[in-house]
Every structure is written in structure tokens, then in C-alpha cells.
Design a protein around this ligand. Structure first.
Ligand code: PGA
Length: 236
């Protein structure tokens, strides 16, 4: 495991973007595993800048996102599809037909999880998976529990996650209670993993994930078993 610390959020974001950009430059038809949340926004900003400067071409890239709320249509302003459009998709030359997220409106979320895992399998897995980390140690929406769940699956969000995400909604009551998340199988199947955390509030869970026991109560700790993971922490 490669652990890197940066003095600022922008330093971390720039380094993360450079790693992802190099994956795409080396393999123009790369499959990028992407994440939502406030942490990757700076990374996306740098990727958009590189594209606008003419040094990064997304025309053959495929993206698969980690998760989506259950019950929010794509058009809802807090859907993760909308988030990705606003922060990345609409600013670069990705083919919209090759940008994938779990379908949070699927009638059968378990079957949707199986479909999504099959899609990732057919794509050959992700070349790099970008991750944030929740205050409770979640990656994607794999919340703390008694087991690591392998499949892409529906989850009940942890009360702390609902509270943390309430800042994006008019009230906590409006935050969806459920989501579909990529499971640990697809995340650990990525060729490379890049986890980002920013701010002192994330320090304890970052350290526990990087150095603590590998337990499902700290979901990100499973990454210690991945052969090519970089964990970046921004001090401020
Ligand atoms: P954040 O969320 O980047 O908004 O802190 C991270 C996460 O919950 O994975």
C-alpha cells in the first residue's frame, strides 16, 4: 500500500488527476471506476482542465460509477448521474453511451446489482477505481457490517451517512434511505485503486483503514489486501 500525504486539497486533487490522466494516456480505451461525494470534485476539475488544454482525450474511455441512490431518477438534482454530469461528463468528450451508474430506479435492485457486476465483468474490470471514504469507513456505500459483501447490492444507508449527505438536500428527511453500491468484489477487482480523503475529520478513519485490523466494521480496511492501492490524505 502506498500512502501519500499532501498539504492541501488541491495538491492531492492534482496528483490524483495526474494518475488517472496517465492511465488514460497509456490506455485510451481505459475503464475508469468513478466516485461521487465532495472529495473527488477537485480531481474532476483538474481532469476537465487537462481535457480543455488538449492533453487528455476521453473519446474511447468507459466509466463505471460506484453507486446510486435508490428512488431518485437520473434527472433529480441529487442523483449521482447528475453529479457526474455536472462535475465531469458534460465537460469532456466522453461518449454518454459508455458512462455507467447503477440504476437506482430499477424495479429489482438485487437483479440490477447482478446486471451491473456482469457489465463490469464484460468490460474486463476497471483499470483504476477512484474512491472517497465515509466518516464511518465506507467505500462506495459499503457500510460497516458483519461481513464484506462481494456483489453489487442494495444497502440501507447508515444513519451517519444520511446525516453527512443531508447537506446536499433541503432536509435530512429528503435523503434517500437506500442505495445500490458496487460491492467489494468489483472494487477489489480493479487493477489499481486510488482512495482520497481530505481534512482532519477523516484522519482517524483513514489511519484505521490503512493500518488497522482488516474488519468489515471498517469497510475500507479491505484495501490493505489489494496489490496496487494508493491512499492519499490531504491535511487541509
Ligand atoms: P465526501 O464523501 O467526499 O463527500 O466526504 C465521501 C464518501 O462518503 O465516500
Amino acid at each position: 500500500m502506498n500512502i501519500q500525504t499532501f498539504p492541501s486539497y488541491d495538491d492531492m486533487s492534482l496528483h490524483a488527476a495526474q494518475i488517472i490522466a496517465n492511465v488514460v494516456r497509456t490506455k485510451p480505451d481505459a475503464v475508469l471506476g468513478l466516485a461521487t461525494g465532495s472529495t473527488p470534485i477537485g480531481t474532476y476539475r483538474h481532469l476537465v482542465r487537462m481535457h480543455k488544454e488538449g492533453t487528455l482525450d476521453f473519446s474511447r474511455v468507459t466509466t463505471v460509477n460506484l453507486d446510486e441512490y435508490i428512488g431518485l431518477p437520473d434527472t433529480h438534482e441529487q442523483s449521482y448521474r447528475r453529479f457526474m454530469e455536472e462535475h465531469l461528463f458534460q465537460h469532456v468528450n466522453l461518449d454518454p453511451a459508455r458512462t455507467f451508474l447503477p440504476d437506482g430506479m430499477a424495479e429489482d435492485p438485487v437483479a440490477e446489482g447482478a446486471r451491473y457486476d456482469e457489465l463490469i465483468r464484460r468490460l474486463g474490470g476497471t483499470d483504476i477505481q477512484l474512491l472517497g471514504i465515509g466518516y464511518d469507513g465506507h467505500i462506495g456505500f459499503n457500510e460497516p457490517g458483519d461481513v464484506f459483501v462481494k456483489a453489487t447490492h442494495p444497502v440501507d444507508l447508515d444513519p451517519s451517512t444520511i446525516q453527512a449527505n443531508a447537506r446536499f438536500f433541503a432536509s435530512e428527511a429528503e435523503v434517500p434511505r437506500r442505495a445500490i453500491t458496487m460491492g467489494m468484489g468489483a472494487i477489489m477487482g480493479a487493477h489499481r485503486v486510488l482512495l482520497l480523503a481530505s481534512g482532519q475529520g477523516k484522519k482517524a478513519v483513514f489511519d484505521a483503514s490503512a493500518n488497522g485490523p482488516i474488519v468489515p466494521q471498517v469497510p475500507a480496511s479491505i484495501l490493505q489486501l489489494h496489490p496496487d492501492v494508493t491512499m492519499m490524505f490531504a491535511e487541509g
